[in-house]
Design a protein around this ligand. Structure first.
Ligand code: T3D
Length: 287
């Protein structure tokens, strides 16, 4: 990734989340490479705060999320003391005679994953994910929740949940069916097999699979391009496309008209139209 005009991370280099800014693009890098950037409650909390900060910073016009090292994210860190199930550390067996201490995974979702997924999906700026390696479990679904997903050719997507007796979470059930349809969603979710990035693109799960060496520069170029575009219109496009899945055709037409009504009075439409008609480059500023 280019370092031109980059504000270095304010967090320490060993922080689980690195934050930097390149022009109007906020870059968030998951940084637990020794555990394939698996989500701890600490990392989940930092990620949500970083998204909140980006949402409230008027100078930020796109967010780019990626991972450090060879993986994007291996999902929930299964050794995190907050959720680690009880078993015999020596034999690795679950003691059938001893009632294991229950840990409510739903609580973890309520407190960490749901707020994070909702924050991501309601960002007032476009979000781009550069999937630099394996994305498993909640790591895959967090990536798929971004507006545009680019992946390196050696990256892959795994709905790892069924292998440990869980259902897809972090929006997986909602996202998968909408992105690839029920048949392929079922295949991914039931079997939990690895889907290589090239197949993910062919299936319509992600926007683009690119050469590994080009992933970060392609993702940054895309983020910079989006950052120069009319942010508010991009975000309302996300809302309209998401809503359209549950709307009748006529209701989708009416939603489009309502959004155009609002956007038509905004600076960016006037600027865009004026720039086109006077053959100059537009400068968009609405957020
Ligand atoms: O409680 C809950 O679970 C609720 C939350 C649910 C949300 C979820 O995300 S559930 C799904 C959780 N994730 C998984 O089940 C995936 C587990 N990981 C894997 O299946 C594999 O690691 C991968 C397929 C992702 C990658 O395989 P590979 O062979 O490239 O790497 P590896 O050797 O398995 O892993 C490298 C290291 O990362 C290793 O540590 P070590 O042995 O070098 O010290 C491994 O233990 C660690 N690691 C990988 N994934 C996780 C992890 N450590 C903790 N949690 C992980 N999820």
């Amino acid at each position: 990734m280019s370092t031109a005009n980059t504000t270095p991370s304010t967090a320490a280099e060993d922080s689980p989340l690195l934050i930097s800014t390149e022009g109007a693009v906020r870059v968030l890098t998951l940084n637990r490479p020794q555990a394939l950037n698996a989500f701890t409650t600490g990392l989940l909390g930092q990620l949500r705060i970083a998204l909140d900060e980006a949402a409230h910073d008027e100078t930020v016009r796109a967010v780019l999320i990626t991972g450090a090292g060879r993986a994007f994210c291996a999902g929930q860190d299964l050794s995190d003391p907050h959720i680690k199930p009880e078993f015999d550390e020596h034999s690795g067996e679950v003691d059938a005679h001893k009632k294991p201490k229950a840990k409510d995974i739903g609580n973890l979702l309520d407190h960490y994953y749901i707020p994070l997924a909702l924050r991501l999906r309601s960002m007032p700026v476009p979000t781009i994910c550069a999937v630099n390696g394996v994305a498993a479990g909640a790591g895959a679904n967090f990536a798929l929740g971004c507006d545009l997903v680019l992946a390196g050719q050696s990256a892959s997507f795994i709905q790892a949940f069924s292998k440990i007796g869980l259902v897809p979470d972090c929006g997986g059930t909602w996202l998968l069916t909408r992105l690839v349809g029920r048949a392929r969603a079922m295949q991914l979710a039931l079997l939990g097999d690895k889907l290589p990035a090239a197949d993910a693109q062919a299936w319509g799960l992600i926007a683009r699979c690119v050469a590994d060496a080009e992933l970060q520069s392609e993702a940054m170029a895309t983020a910079q391009k989006l950052a120069k575009m009319p942010t508010k219109a991009l975000v309302q496009t996300r809302e309209a496309l998401d809503a359209s899945m549950d709307l009748e055709f006529e209701d989708a037409l009416k939603l489009e008209a309502r959004l155009q009504s609002q956007l038509g009075y905004a600076h960016d439409y006037l600027e865009g139209a004026a720039a086109f008609l006077t053959k100059r480059s537009p400068t968009f500023k609405d957020r």
